[in-house]
Design a protein around this ligand. Structure first.
Ligand SMILES: Nc1ncnc2c1ncn2[C@@H]1O[C@H](COP(=O)(O)OP(=O)(O)O)[C@@H](O)[C@H]1O
Ligand SMILES: [Mg+2]
Length: 382
């Protein structure tokens, strides 16, 4: 790819929101933080919304106490490393449960109702651990901050998830949960009892409910019914909100960067992800292949020449053994690099040729401080 094409530079300079998506462990958080830093250094006022930064990365981003409030990354910290920040960088840790709680407070008709929902066990389960909730709440938070006039650019990291697409389905899934016939039947049975207990529901319903209660523990269904009754109250507002979030994600000012590693499973997910984003009407702006092993130059020297060269440096060790060990390590690295090339070629064949593909080499250390983030940013953006 031509050096001066720099598709990510254009994305960072012209979009309001950049969302980094991909399967867990590939480098989404690293990519999001690197892009945010690059944009901030180059004049934009950036908010980086991050999910699960490693402790050292959090510290580098000024998120020392791992709080969920926005923290400004001090320009002097960059200055001390000889890096100039022309714009500004703030970072915020996403907390799906807290975002959900805020949503409940906003849409419940009374504060007392909000508190009843927040205290409900089923709500606590859904908001804390239902698949897709964390993903959806990342998008919800994005929607909440995207009109903040203090920022020109918001870079969103997405949760480490076994199903990287959960966030696309999450609004519908939450809607489906509340709308499902079973759940509605429970609510009706509960409400028609006219009491906050199941004691007066019809005999048939009562037997079924008692049966389920045996499986789920006493009181659980009452919790479900209370939750649904209360949740119905805020559901109109909630559904409208999730439609807004969905529409906002399809806006031309939102760019999606798909991040992957060269591992075959991650590549498979990246292909699937690109397809799904397209089907869902989302933009696909760039692909980042992170942690690529470098192709090593051929070694032309003969073994005996290498041994002669090694001899003065290895002390009492046997140069033949050392050279053979180094050669084995070299061959392993070569094999890894070749395997990566095969996977990247496979990816190129399967995705739209117009989608820019950028590679980041695997570094021999973690990417946890501002220097390393700056280096990744430079590799990606130029
Ligand atoms: N190019 C790279 N070279 C070496 N280590 C990397 C690279 N990119 C990321 N890492 C490290 O890999 C780990 C996972 O990266 P992270 O960005 O947290 O992934 P994700 O957010 O996709 O789960 C982190 O410890 C990070 O420092
Ligand atoms: Mg992450």
């Amino acid at each position: 790819m031509a050096e001066n094409a720099s598709p990510l530079k254009q994305i960072l300079e012209t979009h309001r929101v950049v969302v980094c998506v991909g399967s867990g462990g590939v480098g989404k958080t690293t990519t999001a933080a690197s892009l945010a830093l690059w944009a901030a250094m180059n004049g934009r006022r950036v908010l980086c919304l991050t999910i699960d930064p490693a402790r050292r990365l959090a510290t580098s981003l000024g998120l020392k106490e791992m709080t969920t409030d926005e923290r400004v990354v001090d320009a002097a910290t960059l200055g001390a490393r000889g890096l100039a920040m022309k714009g500004s960088l703030s970072a915020m840790m996403l907390d799906g449960k807290r975002t959900f709680d805020d949503l409940v407070r906003r849409y419940a008709s009374t504060p007392a109702r909000a508190e009843r929902i927040l205290d409900n066990r089923l709500y606590q389960y859904i908001s804390g651990s239902l698949a897709g909730t964390q993903e959806y709440m990342a998008m919800e938070k994005l929607h909440a901050v995207r009109s903040d006039p203090r920022y020109d650019l918001i870079v969103l990291d997405t949760p480490p998830t076994s199903n990287a697409l959960d966030f696309l389905d999450a609004p519908e899934r939450l809607a489906g949960l509340v709308d499902s016939p079973t759940m509605q039947w429970i609510v009706t049975a509960f409400e028609s009892s006219g009491k906050k207990s199941f004691s007066l529901v019809g005999r048939g319903a009562k037997m079924v409910l008692q049966g389920i209660s045996k499986l789920t523990g006493a009181g659980f269904l009452e919790q479900v019914a209370t939750f649904l009754t209360e949740f119905n109250d805020l559901f109109g507002g909630f559904r409208k909100r999730s439609e807004e979030v969905g529409a906002a994600l399809r806006s031309p000012e939102v760019a999606f960067v798909i991040v992957t590693s060269p591992a075959p499973l991650a590549i498979e997910e990246a292909i699937f992800f690109a397809d799904r984003l397209g089907e869902a009407g989302m933009n696909r702006d760039a692909l980042v292949v992170n942690q690529v092993h470098r192709v090593l130059p051929e070694v032309k020297a003969t073994t005996s020449a290498l041994e002669a060269e090694a001899k003065p440096h290895v002390g009492e060790h046997d140069p033949a053994k050392i050279v053979s060990r180094v050669r084995r390590a070299y061959d392993d690295a070569k094999t890894r690099a070749q395997a990566d090339r095969i996977q990247i070629d496979r990816l190129k064949k399967r995705i739209d040729a117009s989608l820019p593909l950028l590679e980041v080499p695997v570094f021999d250390h973690d990417v946890h401080d501002l220097d390393a983030l700056e280096a990744v940013g430079r590799t990606l953006v130029g």
